[in-house]
Design a protein around this ligand. Structure first.
Ligand code: GLN
Length: 186
């Protein structure tokens, strides 16, 4: 099983490490054509506007096609990229997940923090690292909530696409990455 990590910008290396620790073969995806050789993809945190600029129209189209077919997991900026509706400011998305997501939603004063949230995965509460994080403000009917922080859904899934507004790759807890790897057919 080969898992790609989009490596054009952002904190892709922490995902690479985590996935390798869990036994996956990781490909750092720097060119759109590398998407052809992988079974699943992680889109890391970073700056979602920069992802769009670096990928360009062709790269975005190729990515759109990929996420329709294969398991994809986005964290933070990756979550923004995968959403159907994006605000603050408005931005193009891949439309892979029926959610509305608001960028930089925690404001400037508390724009980064480590909190404890709840998850329906076995193993109890989860440490969650938020960095200039977005908030999911609307969930479409087919979207399943995997984790919450306070009242907010912070990890959700619809079909093959999963997103987290926090950074599970920066905590020791491996449950979210395991869940993603389990969604990739052998
Ligand atoms: N604030 C970034 C954005 O809007 C996301 C931050 C992150 O990925 N840690 O794209």
């Amino acid at each position: 099983m080969k898992v790609g990590v989009l490596a054009v910008q952002g904190d892709f290396d922490a995902h690479r490490k985590r996935l390798e620790e869990l036994g996956a073969e990781v490909v750092l995806v720097r060119k759109p054509e590398q998407l052809d050789g992988i079974d699943g993809l992680v889109i890391p945190g970073g700056e979602s506007g920069a992802f769009l600029r670096i990928l360009g129209e062709k790269g975005v189209e190729k990515l759109k096609e990929f996420v329709r077919l294969k398991p994809t997991f986005g964290t933070c900026a990756g979550a923004i990229l995968l959403a159907k509706e994006i605000s603050n400011p408005e931005q193009q998305g891949l439309g892979a997940l029926d959610i509305h997501i608001r960028r930089n939603a925690y404001g400037r004063q508390i724009d980064s923090s480590i909190r404890t949230g709840e998850t329906k995965l076995p193993g109890g509460p989860m440490e969650m690292v938020f960095i200039r994080a977005p908030k999911i403000e609307r969930l479409g009917a087919g979207v399943e909530v995997i984790a919450t922080e306070g009242q907010d859904p912070v990890a959700v899934r619809q079909g093959r696409v999963m997103v987290a507004t926090f950074h599970p790759e920066l905590s020791d807890d491996t449950r979210i990455h395991k869940l993603f790897l389990e969604s990739i057919p052998e």
